[in-house]
Design a protein around this ligand. Structure first.
Ligand code: NDP
Length: 282
């Protein structure tokens, strides 16, 4: 068997095109502000890609780049200004922050109504309580891929590898909300391969290159690979050994070109929804 490749790049492009149409019909441009502190090189690429995609879809997007020596108080003051600015609908604080700034303090400072990353404890709590709110972009993107691929979620056994606040936990909540039977596995899980083999849907978000092997998965499983790992030779690989797992799985996302592009598309979707919630659609 050879797995169906789930083309996140194409699904994301279609979603961005639909969002651009909805934005064009609004009497205003949804405002997105990305706050970057310091010179983390990977962040630079991410921030530029977000800004480019947002502008291309008709958003009023800008990046606020603060120097590496910015204090926590200065960052919180910048966030407070954006919270109060009526043309700003979405605020994203790019992680990682310099060590001197507490990430939780920055996340908690963002107005939950403008928290388009969905990381604020209020939005995390809403998700856990099954209430509507802004949902983290990467897990939201995974749900979108599963929907586009026509994967039946109700009653499916889903295994989420990883329990981070930004991917694993919200991912598990979303799958649970869609009536999957969810297992969350992590670095203390006993018999990880055995847990994974029980999955109808396996979402890998661990940050370990090609950790999931062919003998970890059941035939026909849907594999979603969130991992982005740079190997010493420069190659980009996921958390799943793509070639060998694709020979067993029913469907699989590639890296790159799977979940990654969905994250930015869902950021735009969150920003549009935050804008409509604040300003209406007409
Ligand atoms: P974190 O490092 O925050 O979390 C990793 C999780 O994996 C932890 O829960 C950890 O367990 C678990 N884990 C680590 N090693 C093992 C192991 N050997 N066996 C079992 N579980 C393990 O990572 P993130 O959630 O932020 O990101 C995960 C991956 O997804 C990374 O590769 C990242 O680059 C990628 N990513 C991709 C995005 C995209 O747009 N496609 C967006 C965000 C992230 P424990 O809690 O016990 O320590």
């Amino acid at each position: 068997m050879t797995a169906r490749i789930l083309d996140g790049k194409a699904i994301a492009a279609a979603l961005r095109a639909r969002l651009a149409e909805r934005v064009a019909a609004l009497p205003y441009s949804p405002g997105l502000r990305v706050v970057r502190v310091g010179e983390d090189p990977a962040s630079g690429v991410y921030v530029r890609n977000k800004d480019k995609a947002a502008k291309a879809a008709g958003y009023d997007s800008a990046t606020i780049h603060l120097p590496a020596e910015t204090t926590e108080a200065e960052l919180l003051a910048t966030i407070a200004t954006l919270n109060a600015d009526p043309v700003v609908d979405g605020i994203l604080v790019q992680l990682p922050l310099p060590p001197r700034i507490r990430t939780e303090a920055a996340i908690a400072a963002v107005d939950p109504a403008k928290d388009v990353d969905g990381f604020h404890p209020l939005n995390a709590g809403r998700l856990a309580a099954g209430q509507p709110g802004l949902v983290p972009c990467t897990p939201r993107g995974v749900m979108h891929i599963l929907a586009e691929a026509g994967v039946v979620l109700r009653g499916a056994r889903a295994v989420v590898l990883g329990r981070s606040q930004i991917v694993g936990r919200p991912m598990a909540q979303l799958l649970l909300g869609a009536d999957c039977t969810v297992t969350i596995a992590h670095s203390r899980t006993r018999d990880l391969p055995g847990e994974c083999r029980r999955a109808d849907i396996l979402v890998a978000a661990v940050g370990r290159p090609e950790m999931v092997r062919a003998d970890w998965v059941a035939p026909g499983v849907v594999v979603i690979d969130v991992g982005i790992n740079r190997l010493p030779d420069g190659r980009l690989v996921g958390d799943v050994a793509f070639g060998e797992v694709a020979a067993v799985a029913g469907a699989i996302t590639p890296v790159p070109g799977g979940v990654g592009p969905m994250t930015i598309a869902c950021l735009l979707q969150n920003t549009l929804e935050a804008a409509i919630a604040r300003r209406g659609a007409a």
